[in-house]
Design a protein around this ligand. Structure first.
Ligand code: CLR
Length: 423
């Protein structure tokens, strides 16, 4: 039963209320004591949040699902890898300019998302609280693909910046091609979280492996460096099972990705070194009515465009820098309320209150929910009972052989009778 709620629903384009700006909220005193600490141990005032749960934020990996559909339709495995690489990069593109802290999911919290128009549905669950672990599983409505993973974010507060290491494996299965690709996401560092101009770096090597063919894509997310010249740049290559480079991939995770033949790439590099003129195509990309950002990617002639980001919605800056996709995540579609699991984060009163601009209620409710969670844990330990997850189970990822949280199915049968009462 795919069409469960409104078949045709125009998703909202704005949030119900304007965001409350952080102003000159004094947090220095709180934060001075916290350098080097794990972020989850620091009680942050709610103005630093964004009205989404971390489970919803993770589902933003799905914003560019059209790329998975495109990969499914390609008959050549190297061509598929190119598009999968673009998908892996696009999955982290919504991080750009985002500095709000999503709400920590409560243990047992879930989030479901069905997108008929994009042909998939997703379910996620908070499977562990200490350490926090979120598991998600997305599947095509026509059994064409599955995309799943678990994220164990390790967050460190460095005074001016927050560093997030999103441990955990992403697995993309293209069922028709009997292929599985795995990778893990790059590091993310948010600079000037408290004051100053914020900027976000994603850096590190992401290795995408096609387990059926042995082909690999190695992507290097570059750190900003001394003068910020390399900021947002992603470069890499695809190699066949014999380790021969067969395609170069380049671009920026904030903007677009291209692929080109290695020969052409090398020739271009040489000519640039020799000082010969390289054709620079400036691309203007406006993200908001107020601040126009100029981004440049030097396009090497002969390249193929793999992916381009869509512009942020109007007034994104007053909506926590959300993308159009993020704006819709906490929306209650008609008929949805009676179908949702009682654990779905759309039902969280603190997030709902923050979304409608009522920070006092949001803060009080957050406090209440966290206390309820602590009380439930104390009771479990007194009764010597263990928490059991509802939709996912700890197992072994068949492709990597590494421990992973695997979806057990049945969520969409909607038998929610034994869901825990967490709100
Ligand atoms: C980045 C993309 C990864 C998964 C991931 C894990 C943790 C997230 C991080 C992403 C983005 C930045 C993040 C972090 C948790 C907290 C941090 C949202 C989504 C925010 C910016 C911290 C705010 C801190 C305050 C002091 C304001 O694949």
């Amino acid at each position: 039963c795919a069409a469960e709620y409104a078949a045709v629903w125009r998703h909202r384009e704005t949030l119900p209320a304007k965001m409350v700006t952080r102003g000159n909220f004094s947090v220095t005193s709180i934060l001075r004591k916290c350098i080097g600490m794990e972020l989850s141990k620091i009680a942050m005032p709610i103005v630093f949040n964004e009205p989404l749960s971390f489970l919803q934020r993770l589902s933003e990996y799905m914003e560019h699902t059209h790329l998975i559909h495109r990969a499914c339709a390609l008959s050549d495995s190297i061509e598929r890898m190119q598009v999968v690489a673009a998908f892996a990069v696009s999955a982290v593109a919504s991080q750009w300019e985002r500095t709000g802290k999503p709400f920590n999911p409560l243990l047992g919290e879930t989030f479901e998302l069905t997108r008929e128009e994009d042909g998939y549905r997703l379910i996620s669950e908070q499977v562990s609280h200490h350490p926090p672990v979120s598991a998600f599983h997305a599947e095509s409505l026509k059994q064409e693909f599955a995309f799943h993973g678990s994220v164990y974010p390790k967050l460190t507060f460095w005074g001016k910046s927050v560093e997030a290491q999103p441990r955990g494996t992403m697995t993309l299965e293209l069922l028709k091609h009997k292929e599985a690709y795995t990778w893990s996401n790059p590091m993310c560092c948010v600079h000037n979280v408290i004051i100053g101009k914020i900027w976000i770096e994603q850096y590190g090597t992401v290795e995408i492996v096609n387990h059926s063919t042995g082909e690999k894509c190695v992507l290097n997310f570059k750190p900003g460096g001394m003068f910020g010249k390399e900021l947002h740049k992603v470069e890499g290559h695809i190699q066949d099972s014999g380790k021969k480079k067969c395609r170069m991939i380049y671009g920026k995770w904030t903007e677009c990705m291209y692929s080109v033949e290695p020969k052409v790439y090398e020739a271009h590099k040489k000519s640039k070194k020799a000082g010969a003129d390289s054709k620079k195509l400036k691309e203007e990309h406006s993200c908001d009515g107020e601040n126009t950002v100029q981004d440049t990617v030097t396009v090497i002639p002969g390249s193929a465009l793999l992916w381009r980001i869509s512009p942020r919605p109007h007034h994104s800056a007053q909506m926590y820098n959300f993308t159009s996709f993020a704006v819709t995540l906490n929306e209650l579609e008609p008929g949805m309320e009676r179908l949702l699991a009682p654990t779905d984060c759309r039902q969280r009163p603190d997030i709902r209150a923050m979304e409608s601009g009522d920070l006092d209620t949001a803060s009080a409710e957050k406090e209440r929910l966290e206390e309820k969670q602590r009380a439930a844990r104390r009771k479990r330990s007194k009764d010597e009972k263990k928490w059991s997850t509802r939709w996912f189970q700890l197992g072994v990822n068949p492709h990597t052989g590494v421990e992973d949280w695997l979806y057990m199915g049945e969520y969409f049968d909607r038998n929610f009778a034994d869901c825990p009462n967490i709100y």
